[in-house]
Design a binder for this molecule. Sequence first.
Ligand SMILES: Cc1ncc(COP(=O)(O)O)c(C=O)c1O
Length: 371
Amino acid sequence: MKINKFKLERYFAIYEFSAKYLLSPSDCESLTMKELIDNADADSLRMWQNLKLGYTESMGHPVLREEIARLYHSIEESNVITAVPEEAIFITMHALLEKDDHVIIIDPVYQSLKEIPASIGCSITHWRMEEKDNQWHLDLDLLENSINAGTKMLIINFPHNPTGYLPTLEQFNRIIEIARRHDIYIFSDEMYWLLEHGEDMRLPSAVDCYEKAISLFGLSKTFSLPGLRVGWIVTRVEELLCNLSTLKDYTTICGSAPSEILAIMALRQKEAILEANKERIRGNLEAARAFFARHDRLFTWLEPRGGSTAFIKLKPGISVVELCKRIVEEKSIMIVPGEIFDYEGNYFRVGLGRDNFKDILNELEEYVAKL
Ligand SMILES: Cc1ncc(COP(=O)(O)O)c(C=O)c1O
């Protein structure tokens, strides 16, 4: 298989553990083992203490699948397969797509969502997000006009990484209606689900709205547990689940036994974990709005509606790639430029889910004022 380098992951590989500060991570502050265990229920603690470190069930631990199914309305345990989130993207694209299939993908996008279909030989239409009135927008007519007889799949990601874009329920329903009318699959990457910036903004999972939807979710972002490497696909497309487990035999075969039990613990602490992350994001959003307003001669703040990232515009005159390079070299602060998402224009990502976000802005204040 020929596949391009994953630019974002290669960028993180250079700086994630060498730069002193990260301004652009997409995950929320990680939980410690102690925090997770201290708040665990008696049943999952018992499972943890008696855990045998053997191979696990290919579709995922039955109790974990049961807990996952509870997040949805139309899903039973049998509609769930667990996988590392990135692996879930890989095996789903390989299970459903073939050379020359046409796929429509929102743009910018987490690279594997477009790179894997491209490596399979699909033809791709990039459904480009645009900024207008200090917010991000998707044109639904553009989606409708991009569909042709060979269109097999639409790939969406709401709340969106990196822009924080989230459609309204009405817009989301229209996307589903368009897909249904043309009988195309929706691959809905919902890795930032439940992190909407207002309760009334939350969308249902695509899997609960559409019979040909495949929804991806996991513990890496919303649940502050990227190190567990636990994610899942839920779908009502029965034959796909079977194909996914067959493909998984060539990736991880099954999940990690300790991670599965820790994942059960986390799902049972959902409300507390979510509340802490929403509080973090609320505080960081306030600080970000104030910081970028103070420096509005340089930046245009583009308000995110959900998730733990924002995609901000650096005004013309300075190259964002150049600026990110200078800042990491001189201040040891890593910032991801939009070019890493193959998105033209002078944008960069900030991550709103970490505890040291405000400290990093303080570190940057003087530097930015002198630009
Ligand atoms: C939109 C999106 N999907 C999938 C993933 C993959 O998640 P993981 O790194 O936990 O495999 C990420 C990670 O950043 C992401 O942002």
